[in-house]
Design a protein around this ligand. Sequence first.
Ligand code: KG4
Ligand code: ZN
Length: 352
Amino acid sequence: MRILAIETSCDETAAAVVEAHGNTRPRFLVHSNVIASQIKVHRTFGGVVPTLAAREHTKNLTPVTRRALREARISLSRIDMLAVTQGPGLIPTLLIGTYFARMVSYLSGIPIVGVNHMEGHMYANFLHNKPVRFPVLALIVSGGHTQLVMMRRHLTYELLGETRDDAAGEAFDKVARLLNLPYPGGPEIARRAEGGNAKAYAFPRPMMHAQNFDFSFSGLKTAVRYALEGKRLNKKTVADVCASVEQAIVEVLIEKTLRALSLYQPKTVFLTGGVAANRLLRHTLAERIQEFSPRTEFYAPPVGTSTDNAAMIAAAAYMQHTRLRPPSGEVRVRGTASWKHVTPRANLPLVH
Ligand code: KG4
Ligand code: ZN
């Protein structure tokens, strides 16, 4: 099955052509994965402006989709299924993507499947075609989400915990703003942290020892603001703050993931989402899992498919199609991903 996928949940206009085979062990061949970043447009404002992002998607969607088809050397007439991100994300940008995909579907008659963006991030870890043993424990860390999720089989998820305020990526982005670093802050902080001392500032590790799998990162930016009061932002201060903040975020994420690992004993751990591109997080988590539970497999997508892309949306759409129901020609109102909430200990539904 050849899938053309579209992703516009935030500030990347993305289109991909992915060929997929198999059912119990899906195999994916990524023919093209085109991403038009809007970083330059939003940089002036220090963050993503939803209406500007929507306007950029309107400009970019046709050329990006054409390029994805051209790079894949496939014409639209040979596509079997369309896939589009339908949420969560910025409403104005999602509307542009879903309407574009619907229109392609309407004009071509190709059926379409709507995909949950978080489910897409999860399936980024299936694009490499290595065998994945269930159950999987996933740490999904992006600009909008920080979640620990158990996946006992395909398309089935239990949300163990999530952030109560800012997401990990958001914390990186907000601290970067305090340091006058450009958007997006995560990669900038990571780069500057390399020359800094991670012990220079004792920033808080919020909720690290709380008996649950929730996170809280909003206090971190306040702590950074106080630490910077009356200080001149020279190269060393910036590098030290970056290293100390990165260390604080990474430590909390790893501590909670290891705790979930010891309680749920998954066979595989996934790291995914934009913050999974962070080298300190990837390497330290891989090392700690190896020490703590050597038989547990650890996967994180390559940097290009950690951050938002459309190949992961195609993979999730394929699983929906093969496992659940054939595409109906309609964008579904809700994704199939029902993120069932469970309390970590008693497995009772949490009321949010
Ligand atoms: O998944 P993603 O591309 O978009 C959302 O779904 O939100 O994640 C974007 C987030 C941004 O907050 C960005 O700062 C962060 O991922 N990010 C990083 C790194 N690369 C991207 N954070 C830390 N270190 C990185 N190397
Ligand atoms: Zn994302």
